[in-house]
Design a protein around this ligand. Sequence first.
Ligand SMILES: [Zn+2]
Length: 344
Amino acid sequence: MKESLLQALDGLETQLEEALAQAQSESDLLQIKGRFLGKKGELAQVLSAMGRLSAEERPQVGVKANQVKEALCSRLQSSLQGFQQKVLDQALASDHFDITLPGVPVEFSSMHPLIQVLEEINTLFRRLGFEVRYGPEIEDEYHNFEALNIPEDHPARDEQDTFYLKTGRLLRTHTSTVQIRVMETEKPPIKMIAPGTVYRSDHDLTHSPMFHQVEGLWVDRGIHFGHLKGVLKLFVKSFFGSETNLRFRASYFPFTEPSAELDVSCVFCHAKKSACPVCKDTGWLEVLGCGMVDPNVFEKVGLDPQVYSGFAFGMGVERMAMLKLGIPDLRLFFENDLRFLKQF
Ligand SMILES: [Zn+2]
C-alpha cells in the first residue's frame, strides 16, 4: 500500500510536465492546476488513501506528499509567469507607441464674466477694509422692507415687483437685508459689503428676474458724507480707471437720507458726448445709489442715531460688468453661450 502511494506521488510530477507541455493558454493552465491540486484532484486522491496506512507509514508518505505538493505549486507558478511574460512580449512587439506625438489638449475653463467682475468688486472693497458678508436669499418682509424704512404702501412691496412665496416669505429684492441682519447682532464699527443674488419680477432688455448686487455699509461714530465720497471715488477710479470722473446727483431712497446717485464719466465715448448710444451723448453713466443711513433704520436695529452714523451704497453687478466689459445685452450673461463666455 505504502509503496504504491509513493509511486503514485512520484508519478504526479511527470504527469504534470506532460500536461504542461500540451498547455496553450493561461486558461489551460488553470484547468491543469485544478486537475492536480483541486479538491478532488490527483494529489487529493492520493492523500485520501493515506487513511488506510499504518501509523508508522503515514508520516513517511505525508512528508513525500508535501514535497510533491510544493514542487507542483512552484512548477505551475513558474509556468503561469512564463505565459504572462509571453503575452506581454507579444503585445510589446506588435504595438508601437510614438512618444513624440503631441498629447490630447486639455481645455481650461474660465470664470463667468459676471463672477470675474463680482470678485474684482469684492477685492477692491476688501482692500479698503470692508468685510464680505452673506445672508439668506429667502427673506421675511421685515428684513426686506420694514427694517429698511420701506412702508407697507410703498410700490416696491407690490406683488408685481416682488416674488412672494406661499409661506408669506419672499425672495430678497436687494442685499440690504444682510446689512440689517449684521446691524441687529453686531455693534459698530461695521464696515461690510454684501454681494449676492437678488430677485425682482422684471424681465426685458436691461432687466433680469435674477441678478446680482453688491451693497456696502460703513457705520461708526462720526461717519459723514465725505467718507462716502472718498470710498466711492477710490472704488470707481480703481474699477473703471484713474481718468474716470464722478459726480453725485441728489436722489431718494427710503433707507438713506440724504441720498444720491453716483454717475461716472462715460467709459465708452470718454465723455466726448457725440454719437454714443450708451450714455446717450450725456457723457455720464449712472452706476450706483448711495446715501447716509436713515436714522429710522438705525432705530429699527437698536442703534442710537445720536451716537452712530454711517453710509450705504448699492450697485448692480450686471450693470457694472456691462460697462466695464462693453457688453450691450444683459441676456448674454445668462444664455451660457460658449462663444460669448470664451471671450473672457
Ligand atoms: Zn458715452
